[in-house]
Design a protein around this ligand. Sequence first.
Ligand SMILES: O=C(O)COP(=O)(O)O
Ligand SMILES: [Mg+2]
Length: 226
Amino acid sequence: MTADPPLVLDIDGTLTRPEGWGIDPRIFDPLLEWDAPIVIATGKAFPYPVALCHFAGIPELVVAENGGVVYTGDDVFFTADREAAEAVAREYKAAGYGLGWGPEDTVNRWRETEIAVQYDQPVEPLRAIATDYGLEVVDTGYAYHVKDAAPNKGDGVRTIAEHTNIDLGEAVAVGDSENDVSTFEVVDRSFAVANADAAARAAADEVLADAHADGTLALLERIRSA
Ligand SMILES: O=C(O)COP(=O)(O)O
Ligand SMILES: [Mg+2]
């Protein structure tokens, strides 16, 4: 019997319902039963993937904020600081735009290293201001993330693998957008769900026939050990 491969999973677009929003409840049992480490690598703030692991009943191995925050289960690493992204957000607001999340902004409230802007806000002025501060804007298909160019999900996955002895040479990654390209580069086999953007599709070893959790679930069924 061969072992299940370690997994690196994105959240939005990858574990979501085929309608596009909300975690697909069908993912919980396969994740709980998976017989190898699972790293959740997301653009979302740190508490979100931690909560997902907690409620799924799996160990907390987490890359959050597109690599800005990395949790090995023992140590948390911060690979950028929020200050420059905060300055970009201030200037964007001063120019008359908004982040789009409402006054309490639970999307950015616990962010340590980047700022996310709602997808219906104008991106060109955001990109222009970010460039002035030496930052980049990553488009996940769900939000725009203003971040330091240096950290990425793939580096975070490497950090976790080094600390927990995950063999990335055996690992499988699934994702849907440009922020998953770096994870595709550090694993053995990479898969883009059918709803993935052009960057993820080009970088993946294979584009799956099905979208969102339908694609991921079919893949897990295919690659799981007998
Ligand atoms: O936070 C986002 O914008 C997207 O999150 P994801 O990286 O889990 O798809
Ligand atoms: Mg995604």
